[in-house]
Design a protein around this ligand. Sequence first.
Ligand code: NAD
Ligand code: TYD
Length: 354
Amino acid sequence: MSDYTKKIMVTGGAGFIGSHVVRLFVNKYPSYLILNVDALTYAGNLENLRDVENLRNYQFERADITDGEALSVLFEKYGIDSVIHLAAESHVDRSILDPLAFARTNVLGTANLLQACLNQWKADFSLKRFYHVSTDEVYGSLGKNGLFTEETSYDPRSPYSASKASSDHFVMAYYHTYDLPVVMSNCSNNYGSHHFPEKLIPLMINNIKNSKPLPVYGKGENIRDWLWVNDHARAIDVIFHNGISGQKYNIGGFNEWKNLDLVYLLCSIMDKKLGREPGESAKLINFVKDRPGHDLRYAIDATRLNKELGWEPSLQFEEGLEKTVDWYLQNEEWVNHVTSGDYQKYYENQYAKR
Ligand code: NAD
Ligand code: TYD
């Protein structure tokens, strides 16, 4: 272990964003040890990392972040000096069905990780870093105008965003109280390959492909700001290396889409790819009962990250969506694996009532 220049624990590395972060770091930094720590819940899938699993600087350990003893053992075993924390329960609809699971992993799990860092590193905080990956949803819901900046007050409105907001507060509390060297980012909605098909874009792609109804909540007027997942991973790389301790950075694509317009765009991309008549897939659109407490609009002002650290998104949305659709069409086996079993039960339960 001693020949590595950094030994980074990435939590949630088997999930959607985590797997992109692990892939980027393992390939870009051969001198870093990347330890993926993941409980492998329904959302964690080691198939996401098949292309890097045999590389020398990659290791995986199955552990639950709420288990403090297990974390201490891993810190000792690998000599961990940095954490990039992504493990979380991440789906708003699931948080409405089971809020306490979100309190447990997102709040208790984060506090537990912070405490493990404090215990392990307190003799010497130099060259240490705790990076907390968070969401724009902590800021609540925007009206028609305005953007979330780093100074926007927190106003979470779903059990998911409340649990993430709480975890953000714990992170800052460890910075102010114990000087733990933390850095944090709040990102808008991600899309791309390996995205679990319970979230809007992969769910719609899967349903369009299988000619199943496309469940649009309410009137489809809610707005999200979409960022390609690889651009989020690039931002995490930049902030991990150059971000200022105690600082937070908003990440977003300056790319707002109304849900219904986005679903129409996906339908037209897929009509072409599947050789259907223009307008054929859009006939599947089905307006269903709205999500309770559905936030109207998210939109990020990522100026600080751009001005201070030079990051900007690399891809136009239409190009990113095409790449994403292609990936799903070429990776049917992946989709079949993740949509079997538990997900099938969740899907039936979630949409039967709507
Ligand atoms: P995901 O649900 O795809 O993956 C979460 C991962 O965490 C899975 O691999 C899961 O097995 C693991 N995990 C869950 N509970 C765990 C526990 N108790 N112990 C250890 N591992 C556990 O989530 P994602 O979309 O990749 O999101 C990753 C992070 O980024 C989250 O913190 C999320 O809040 C944040 N985020 C997500 C988005 C987005 O659009 N998806 C946007 C901004 C921020
Ligand atoms: P989602 O992907 O769950 O992300 P989040 O709620 O964290 O932003 O949902 C994105 C938007 O799409 C949100 O406004 C809810 C809406 N939506 C639907 O209309 N139908 C669906 O089946 C899903 C999953 C989401």
